[in-house]
Design a binder for this molecule. Structure first.
Ligand code: NAP
Length: 277
């Protein structure tokens, strides 16, 4: 991965941090995205101590569209190429919360941030072709349908429903991007990392701590959780492979709704309207 630039969101914890470490180990120029300066600094120091290759970190709260736009500008000021974009940052929010943009938080962070950051960086991805966009989804998508009219400002809220919908949105986005940008040298793939012992539920007080214990007791370790990301970012045999969903480094079928092209178009148009791109 020498000479390749990899941008990883959510690189301060869990799967994203483990992926950033492995990519650094393989010699890539890693740019991590985090929202907490102290955590970014500590993660950069830890990855440098382990790999001898220090990642740069850029700060952004990815639930804020203004922050995502600043992030894209800051990245482009420092880097002339982008070989791999890993859209990974995400959360399960058991209570309904709104972002600074007035949108439901889970939808905004888990889907709209993937959408907006990718489109803001599309030109540099194309200029760096062959390049790869990797969207971290989940098997949780299998439980979901999407009511387009209810995404940004739902009438009633369930944290697990919102999370599952956002992970279905990751797949609809991946497949629609593949159709829209076919032949432009950028591949789009999604993955499920497995059940992994991470901080995914940590923003939920006591319920989150109990959930975290469950994830750690039954989930795999973070380096195993990062394996499919690293595979999609580095494996020569995935060069040119696009529009697929991977689990444990193998392309597998995703749910029937994830292949609904009408739904994907509606989601794209909604996302485009909400982010003004
Ligand atoms: N863990 C699982 O079992 C599992 C299963 C399927 C899919 N996934 C997916 O894996 C991805 C990574 O999650 P994880 O399990 O590794 O959880 P995690 O340990 O909580 O890591 C999430 C990362 O996202 C960052 N993040 C959260 N909200 C953010 C915001 N508003 N702005 C910027 N960054 C933000 C976190 O930053 P902080 O460090 O500052 O909190 C952290 O770096 C998610 O997309 C999740 O849906 C996880």
């Amino acid at each position: 991965m020498q000479g390749k630039v990899c941008l990883v969101t959510g690189a301060t914890s869990g799967i994203g941090k483990a992926a950033a470490l492995e990519l650094a180990k393989r010699g890539a120029t890693v740019v991590g995205v985090g929202r907490n300066p102290a955590k970014c600094e500590a993660t950069a120091a830890q990855i440098e101590a382990t790999t001898g290759n220090r990642p740069n970190f850029l700060l952004a709260d990815l639930s804020s569209q203004a922050d995502i736009r600043r992030l894209a500008v800051a990245f482009l000021e420092k880097h002339e190429r982008l070989d791999v974009l890993v859209n990974n940052a995400g959360a399960i929010n058991l209570s309904h919360r709104k972002t600074v943009d007035g949108l439901e938080l889970t939808f905004a962070l888990n889907h709209l941030a993937y959408f907006l950051l990718t489109l803001l960086l599309l030109d540099v991805l194309k200029a760096s072709a062959p390049s790869r966009v990797i969207n971290v989804s989940s098997t949780a998508h299998e439980r979901a349908g999407i009511n387009i009219d209810d995404l940004a400002d739902p009438l009633s809220y369930s944290g697990f429903v919102a999370y599952s919908q956002s992970k279905l949105a990751n797949l609809l986005f991946t497949y629609e991007a593949t159709r829209r940008f076919d032949g432009e040298g950028v591949t789009f793939n999604a993955l499920h990392p497995g059940l992994v012992g991470t901080n995914l539920l940590s923003s939920n007080g006591l319920r989150g701590r109990v959930g975290g214990l469950f994830l750690r007791a039954f989930g795999r370790g973070v380096s195993k959780g990062a394996r499919t990301i690293v595979y999609l970012a580095t494996a020569p045999e995935v060069e040119g492979v696009t529009g697929k969903y991977f689990v444990d480094e193998r392309a597998v079928a995703s749910s029937v709704p994830s292949h609904d092209e009408g739904l994907a178009t509606e989601l794209w148009e909604l996302s485009s309207r909400l982010t003004s791109v």
